[in-house]
Design a protein around this ligand. Structure first.
Ligand code: G3P
Ligand code: MG
Length: 255
């Protein structure tokens, strides 16, 4: 666990990689996140028609891969033939939809925390939990992985199958005492839609042994407020902003 509760020590999760300045969910975005000082990477996983775990946010391919149809309808080979960079900027032409293994290898080599969001609310993807757990174990990155999902049945299943891997409850709603709910799932963290998070909740959750990892926060004043609250992690499109605020705090504390 992080030194949660102490201002100034959150895991800095780059949302879909450094998606503020790179095409989301590409190796270019993941590598850039590390260059910018992120200590975590958030990504979205779905299954191809032939069952390979691939990293892409939308269930459809039109926005980020310039193709008709859905992820679930295409084989892995078909998905790999698509361009996942050009939509963002011609400079990134040739970026592919990554396989989960590519990110886990990067995580193993760099020590970065990886937050794998199971994208199984629109499409069911039977077997997704087992496949993700097998990949995490194969790469030996259990201790640096957090599996999250808006599908909470999936989180309960993951905890049953792999108690050693942390889980995070994704939600948008104003749940009452969500740390109590997290415990019913055996979950370790609350991946809360940010605007509602307060210092009291962060403190109460920590007392219950549950971390807050709010998403997706890009505003500097709000990022600083979450650092001050002692959020255990922050999910952002601009990891460099959080890193800069953390460095500034270190400098200020030494003056
Ligand atoms: O995991 C945090 C955030 O990514 C959840 O929403 O739609 O960006 O995957 P979304
Ligand atoms: Mg996500």
């Amino acid at each position: 666990h992080s030194a949660a509760g102490k201002p100034g020590s959150p895991i800095v999760f780059a949302h879909r990689g450094a998606s503020g300045t790179r095409p989301e969910n590409t190796m270019a975005a993941f590598r850039r996140a590390i260059e910018l000082g992120a200590t975590g990477i958030e990504t979205d996983v779905q299954l191809s028609a032939d069952g390979e775990p691939v990293l892409i946010h939308d269930e459809t391919l039109s926005r980020t891969a310039a193709a008709p149809g859905c992820v679930v309808e295409k084989t892995y080979a078909e998905l790999r033939s698509l361009d996942a960079g050009s939509w963002y900027h011609p400079e990134f032409m040739g970026e592919q939809i990554p396989h989960l293994d590519e990110l886990l290898k990067l995580a193993k080599n760099t020590g970065i925390v990886v937050n794998i969001e199971l994208k199984n609310t629109v499409c069911a993807y039977p077997g997704l939990e087992e496949k993700v757990i097998a990949a995490v174990r194969a790469h030996g990155v259990e201790e640096q992985t957090i599996v999250s999902s808006f599908n909470h049945y999936s989180l309960a299943l993951c905890k049953k199958l792999a108690p050693e891997i942390r889980t995070g409850v994704l939600y948008m709603e104003g749940l009452y005492r969500p740390w109590d709910y997290a415990k019913t799932l055996g979950a370790d963290a609350l991946h809360a839609y940010d605007p509602a998070v307060t210092a009291d909740w962060v403190r109460e959750a920590l007392e219950a042994g549950v971390d807050y990892h709010p998403f997706t926060v890009n505003d500097e004043a709000r990022l600083d407020a979450l650092i001050e609250m002692g959020a255990a992690g922050i999910i952002t499109d601009h990891p460099d902003r959080v890193v800069r605020l953390l460095v500034q705090r270190r400098v200020d504390s030494e003056l």
